[in-house]
Each structure stands twice: as structure tokens, then as C-alpha cells.
Ligand binder design. Structure first.
Ligand SMILES: *[C@@H]1O[C@H](CO)[C@@H](O)[C@H](O)[C@H]1NC(C)=O
Ligand SMILES: *[C@@H]1O[C@H](CO)[C@@H](O)[C@H](O)[C@H]1NC(C)=O
Ligand SMILES: *[C@@H]1O[C@H](CO)[C@@H](O)[C@H](O)[C@H]1NC(C)=O
Ligand SMILES: *[C@@H]1O[C@H](CO)[C@@H](O)[C@H](O)[C@H]1NC(C)=O
Length: 603
């Protein structure tokens, strides 16, 4: 696992700690004295939660409204659970009814019944607190205002009132916190909590089914689960600050393609790349079930969604928790992510290629001269076009961008160390050219077509267009206007693009570039290969890809329909590129540099 970008993370931590101190000394809602210690400094065994005293505080936040039978079922299930003598607090938030003029007396009476019930409810495990709203705030505010973490050792479990939990739920959550928060070797700052609900479909129009093999017990998925959600303190606090920032500036949490009541949190998770732990207990079982009673989320009663796991479920060992490195990561669309795919040596490129989809070209993208925003925009475009076989080439390993790309599952080749030092040039751009030539050979050996682009290009379709006549004549293509290089995989292309060829290319590329000032200034791989081909009698086909350059005056929407690739001069400054792409509707990231839309493809 790659560490998070350090600088950003550290300053955030300091900020959060200051906040925590401030809040702690001014707020009396949390009477215990949580320590601000490093959460990873505790080493307690999750194997036996009943024997160890808890290093953390645990508070249940019940979000209730006007449904007494639901609330009663929910609270009774919570108080029937095993708590092993740990202190567990219960906070009940009761929203006010809406201010209608009809049925007022009945509504008041119903509220009073609910309050009487909450007041009379016996809770033996810790502090009980009832928060009765004076106006109707709605489910979103109930969630948002349910918690401000006062320490890094404080955990919250949020349940809506139509939920029923298993008597074993706390045993599981405690084991999970000990294993994935307090055990240093299984800790990731990018996990924000755990959901006890049984996830089935990706929300949205093309909701993929969540397909898991029956060996998987725990997995990581981005979506928040609203039926029994454990929240970790730091990500929640970060979210509250992010929310504040966006709300204050009037930035709406628009995430096209997603409609759900928790848009802010979902947008935050998507933008920062946070993940939730989910369970897969088979046979439709879960540790919490929603009865989906008629109310805010459901117009009429829909009935329980799963079966509760209990002591009779002998086939499941709740405390069997795999190490973090064994868990699988899934994005919003339930597409499997493969974090940590990096090649520092040429041989390691093979293991990246093994993860690629067969029968599709591999897109090699040099990031040497790119601004981060342009790279992020390109990634969103890949996602939109369902291009999954791409590999980024980054000059060296000392970049925050590299670590972020890796943890989000984008494969990266670090060009600085990949070939023997004796073959390296002092120029990063020469190295990138040489590495590309080597990687193309690797792709051919693994039977992949390759498509070499730079980040000053934006593909508009998922495969380069070739006329049938083109493909008979050659295996190597350079596009006339947008200057990408395409290699078709075949035994004959491998006979040409072999070790001797690549070495010759590597030996000659520096002088080739230095004797041509235009090439030196703005030549990309395709230009250099074209020049090399002329000099060394290697057959290359120049094709018309109907691409166009952003510098051209005729850029307009209607041209886009026939265009396969937009490209611009590498010298164009990032702001103008953004402006032009915005005009064309091709700037598809928001002010947080994350994709404006979540586009799920059928898997
Ligand atoms: C309810 O409250 C809103 C906002 O305070 C107000 O505009 C509306 O007239 C009220 N409705 C009734 C029925 O009192
Ligand atoms: C898991 O799946 C495999 C293959 O589909 C099947 O043979 C096996 O019986 C299943 N195990 C359980 C516990 O369902
Ligand atoms: C921490 O996690 C590692 C990896 O899963 C495991 O080997 C180790 O036993 C755990 N430590 C404790 C104290 O549970
Ligand atoms: C866009 O380009 C097409 C084709 O070149 C041209 O016919 C059309 O007038 C242009 N539209 C605008 C708004 O410039």
C-alpha cells in the first residue's frame, strides 16, 4: 500500500488536532476523556474482544422521527446485543414533525409518546442522551449534526430507526476496529468506517450487481451504507470541514449519475478516495437489517432486506479478519481496483500487463510535462470511455501525484530507474522516449497493441480508428494531426520492434533529438519515431485520424463528432488548455479535481 500524500495529510492532522482540542475544552457533550494519542500505537488482539478493555469510546447515534414501533424495535435490538462490559453510549436524535396545520393534536401526541418511550428506555451500557429537535431538520441534517468527533479514539455507529441489529454486531465492530484501526499493519488512513448492511446493487442508472465470490467475508467499497454505519473519527471530521467549506462557498455536491440523499458525503468520499469496509456473510445474511418501514426513504413499507446473523450461524467466524493487504477494493461502480501497481524495473512491467484486459490496446501515457489537473481530467475521460488498459509514465518516485495514482488503482511506471544506469540520459524527456520504446516491446511480447499518447492529448473514442487498407500495409502508425503512435501486435511487428531495434533507438534518440530544434522543443514520441523511421528505414504508416489541435481557430462542438483525439501544443499553459476544453465541454473535473460524473459501465 502506498502512503497518502504526506504534506497534505500532515497539515490536515495538525489542523484537526487543534480543532479537537478546542472542541474538547468547550463542549461538554462528551464527558469521558478521550486521549489524542496516535491510534496506531495500541496493539490489542481482536481475537478476544471480551478480555481486553477498550482503547476507544463507542457511541450509538439513533436517528428517529415519527415511528414509535420502529424505534422500539431498533432500541430493543441494540440493548439485546453483547457489549462485554464495555461502555457504550446511546444518543437518540428525534426529528420534529413538519409544520403542517392538519392533524396537529395527533402529531403532538405521537411525538410525546416517542419522547416518553425514549425517556423510559433503560440503557445499562453507558450514557443515554435524547436530543429532541424544535423544527423538522430532515435526514441529512440529522446525519451531519449527529457527531463532531472529539478525539481520534472515538467511534460512532449511526442507525436509522427502521433498523434492527444482530446481538453480535458489537462483537464484530469491536474486532474490526481493533484489527483495522489499532493494528498498525492493517491500518489505512483511507478507510472511513464499516457498513453492516448487505450491499446488493450499485445505486444509479446502470447499477451493476455486487458480484463477490463466496470466499470473501470483508471487502472495501466506496459507497456509504446508511443502514448501520460505523464511522471513524478522522475522515468524518475531515468531511465536516470539507462540507463547511463547500457549503459556505455555495458549491453544490453534484455528482451526475448518482441520486441519493447523502450526496455531500458521497461526493466527499468520491473526491478524496475514501473506502468503507463491507461484509459478505452469504445466504442473504447481515449484522443489521433494514425493515424499510414507510417514511422518509420509502413511501410504503418494503420489508426486511436481509436476514440477521445470530449465534446459530455457526458457519461464520465473525472475528476472522483478514489482513488489509488481502482485502479487495471496489470503486463506486463496483469495479475492482488494484492499488499499488508500480514498476520500478523493466521486468515489473510484466506484472502490470498481467492485470490488463486482453484483446484491448494498452495506452501508454507520458506525464512528464503535465499539470496535475490535466492528468485528472484525462483519467475522468478514460473512465467515461471505459478505457482501463492505461499505464502512466512518471519521471521519478518523489511525487504526491504518484502516490495518489497508485492508491486509487492507476498503474504507473517510474521512468527514472527502469533501465540500467549506463543507458540513462541526463534528460528526463529522453529517458521517457527510451522507456516507451522498451514498454512497447513488452506489450508486443504479451500480445497487446499499444497506443502511445501524452497528457497533451485527450482521446474521444476508446479505440484508434484504422481503415482496413491501413492495417494491411503496416503494423506501425503515426496519426497525422494529433501525433499519437499506434503499434499493432503481431509476430511481424515483434520481429521489427525487437531488442536490437530498441537498443538502436535508445542509442540514437539523443542525437536525433538534439540535431532538430523543433523536435527538441515540442517533439513527442510519434515525432521522434517518425524521424527515426526516415533515417533507419523502418516502415511507418501515417494515418489521418481527423484529430485537431486546440490551437486551430475552427474548434467548435460540431467538429467533435468526427474527432478521435484532441491535442494541443505541449507549450500551451494549463489555464488556456482548461479554458479551451471547457468551451468544448471536455473539462470534466470539478474544483476538487475529481470527476464531475460517476459513469458506470457494465462489468
Ligand atoms: C412552515 O414553515 C415554513 C418556513 O418556516 C413556512 O413558510 C410555512 O408557511 C409553514 N407552514 C405552515 C403550514 O405553517
Ligand atoms: C462456494 O462456491 C463454490 C463454487 O461456486 C461452491 O462449490 C461452494 O459450495 C460454495 N460454498 C458455499 C459455502 O456456498
Ligand atoms: C496485526 O495484523 C497482522 C496482520 O494481519 C497480524 O499478523 C498480527 O497478528 C496482528 N496483531 C495483533 C496484535 O493482533
Ligand atoms: C463549426 O464547424 C463547422 C464545420 O467546420 C462549421 O460548418 C460551423 O459553422 C462551425 N460552427 C461555429 C459555431 O463556428
Amino acid at each position: 500500500m502506498a502512503p497518502p500524500p504526506k504534506k497534505h495529510y500532515l497539515s490536515l492532522l495538525i489542523l484537526l488536532s487543534l480543532f479537537a482540542l478546542f472542541i474538547f475544552s468547550h463542549y461538554s457533550l462528551y464527558p469521558s476523556s478521550p486521549s489524542l494519542s496516535n491510534p496506531t500505537s495500541h496493539f490489542l488482539s481482536p481475537q478476544n474482544p471480551s478480555s481486553s478493555s477498550s482503547p476507544f469510546t463507542f457511541t450509538i447515534k439513533v436517528l428517529a422521527f415519527d415511528r414509535l414501533p420502529s424505534l422500539s424495535r431498533c432500541l430493543n435490538s441494540l440493548s439485546s446485543a453483547q457489549y462485554f462490559g464495555d461502555t457504550v453510549n446511546l444518543h437518540i436524535f428525534i426529528d420534529h414533525f413538519q409544520n403542517t396545520s392538519s392533524d396537529l393534536d395527533q402529531k403532538l401526541e405521537n411525538s410525546h409518546k416517542i419522547l416518553d418511550f425514549a425517556d423510559g428506555f433503560k440503557w445499562d451500557f453507558g450514557q443515554k442522551l435524547v436530543h429532541y429537535r424544535t423544527v423538522n431538520v430532515g435526514l441529512q441534517a440529522q446525519w451531519l449534526e449527529a457527531w463532531w468527533p472529539s478525539s481520534d479514539d472515538e467511534f460512532v455507529f449511526v442507525v436509522e430507526d427502521d433498523l434492527e441489529v444482530s446481538p453480535l454486531y458489537y462483537k464484530f465492530l469491536k474486532g474490526l476496529i481493533l484489527n483495522y484501526y489499532y493494528n498498525h499493519s492493517n491500518f489505512s488512513p483511507w478507510i472511513y468506517g464499516a457498513s453492516l448492511q448487505r450491499p446488493r446493487f450499485v445505486p444509479g442508472k446502470h447499477g451493476n450487481k455486487l458480484n463477490l465470490d463466496n470466499e470473501t467475508r470483508l471487502f472495501l467499497y466506496q459507497l456509504v451504507g446508511t443502514w448501520g454505519q460505523l464511522l471513524f473519527p478522522r475522515p468524518w471530521k475531515e468531511f465536516r470541514l470539507w462540507y463547511d467549506d463547500h457549503k459556505a462557498k455555495g458549491i453544490k455536491p453534484v455528482l451526475e449519475g448518482m441520486r441519493i440523499w447523502t450526496p455531500w458525503f458521497i461526493k466527499f468520499l468520491h473526491s478524496r478516495g475514501y473506502f468503507n469496509i463491507y461484509t459478505n456473510f452469504l445466504h442473504e445474511r447481515a449484522l443489521s437489517v433494514s425493515h424499510r418501514d414507510a417514511g422518509v426513504n420509502y413511501g410504503k413499507r418494503a420489508g426486511p432486506d436481509s436476514e440477521l446473523l445470530d449465534e446459530k450461524s455457526h458457519d461464520i467466524n465473525l472475528l476472522e479478519m483478514q489482513s488489509l493487504s488481502k482485502l479487495q477494493w471496489y470503486d463506486f461502480c463496483f469495479k475492482r481496483l488494484l492499488p499499488g501497481r508500480i514498476a520500478n524495473k523493466l521486468d515489473e512491467v510484466d506484472s502490470i500487463l498481467h492485470t490488463m484486459e486482453q484483446q484491448k490496446p494498452v495506452v501508454l501515457v507520458g506525464l512528464l510535462k503535465s499539470s496535475e489537473a490535466i492528468v485528472r481530467n484525462l483519467i475522468c475521460q478514460f473512465e467515461k470511455l471505459d478505457i482501463r488498459n492505461y499505464i502512466f509514465l512518471i519521471p521519478n518516485s518523489k511525487s504526491d501525484l504518484l502516490h495518489d495514482l497508485l492508491r486509487r488503482g492507476h498503474p504507473v511506471i517510474v521512468t527514472h530507474d527502469i533501465i540500467e544506469a549506463s543507458k540513462m540520459s541526463s534528460s528526463e524527456s529522453i529517458n521517457e522516449l527510451v522507456v516507451k520504446a522498451y514498454v512497447i516491446k513488452k506489450c508486443l511480447e504479451s500480445d497487446f497493441d499499444s497506443w502511445v499518447v501524452d497528457s497533451n492529448m485527450l482521446p474521444l473514442s476508446s479505440t484508434p480508428h484504422l481503415d482496413s487498407t491501413d492495417s494491411i500495409e503496416s503494423n506501425f502508425f503515426v496519426s497525422k494531426s494529433s501525433k499519437f503512435f499506434f503499434v499493432r501486435s503481431s509476430s511481424s511487428s515483434l520481429r521489427v520492434w525487437n531488442e536490437r531495434f530498441v537498443q538502436k533507438f535508445a542509442r540514437n534518440v539523443e542525437s536525433l533529438v538534439s540535431e532538430d530544434s523543433l523536435l527538441k522543443m515540442k517533439g513527442n514520441f510519434a515525432d521522434v519515431v517518425e524521424k527515426f523511421a526516415k533515417k533507419h528505414e523502418f516502415r511507418l504508416k501515417i494515418v489521418d485520424d481527423i484529430g485537431f489541435s486546440l490551437k486551430l481557430a475552427e474548434r467548435n462542438q460540431s467538429l467533435l463528432t468526427n474527432t478521435k483525439m484532441i491535442s494541443w501544443s505541449p507549450e500551451t499553459d494549463a489555464d488556456s488548455v482548461q479554458k479551451h476544453l471547457e468551451e468544448l465541454g471536455m473539462w470534466i473535473i470539478d474544483s476538487d479535481s475529481s470527476c464531475k460524473a460517476v459513469i458506470c459501465h457494465r462489468s
